[in-house]
Design a protein around this ligand. Structure first.
Ligand SMILES: [Zn+2]
Length: 146
């Protein structure tokens, strides 16, 4: 990150370093709110939402995080060696989870050889997370019992 900042005339600030440290500690897909909550619990550093947003965009440009625009808000993922390509997205609560299955990743890689040029083989599966599925079932049961 330091090299990129120097190359693109960005300042290396304590706030950016703290955000990067927090991003590296996130072990799942997160929103800006998740990161802000995590930092308020684990860091004595106070970083504004504007700084968080700008730093996340900078980290995306550098390639340290991947930004997923699904649903109403952006989700971010710290880029690790094992890149996820399949994601579950809950249409009810907006929760997003990576799904790791080698066969699906191989299939998505194979699509690259088709007539269409795939630049980013990513698959988003929309549905309900377990928690929301349970809530919907309970609501349906209440309605049918009336
Ligand atoms: Zn949900």
């Amino acid at each position: 990150m330091n090299k990129y900042l120097e190359l693109h005339s960005h300042r290396k600030t304590p706030e950016r370093e703290e955000v990067l440290r927090a991003v590296c500690g996130m072990n799942c897909i997160f929103t800006l709110d998740d990161l802000a909550t995590n930092m308020s619990e684990t860091s004595s550093f106070i970083v504004s939402r504007g700084t968080l947003f700008q730093t996340l965009n900078l980290l995306e440009k550098i390639g340290i995080v991947v930004k997923h625009l699904v649903g109403h808000c952006a989700h971010y993922e710290f880029v690790t060696i094992r890149k996820s390509k399949v994601y579950f997205f809950c249409d009810n609560c907006g929760k997003m989870e990576a799904f790791h299955k080698a066969e699906i990743n191989q299939y998505l890689d194979a699509i690259r050889s088709c007539k269409f040029t795939v630049k980013q083989p990513v698959l988003y599966l929309h549905g309900l997370c377990k928690r929301c599925e349970r809530i919907v079932k309970e609501e349906n049961n209440k309605k049918s019992n009336k």
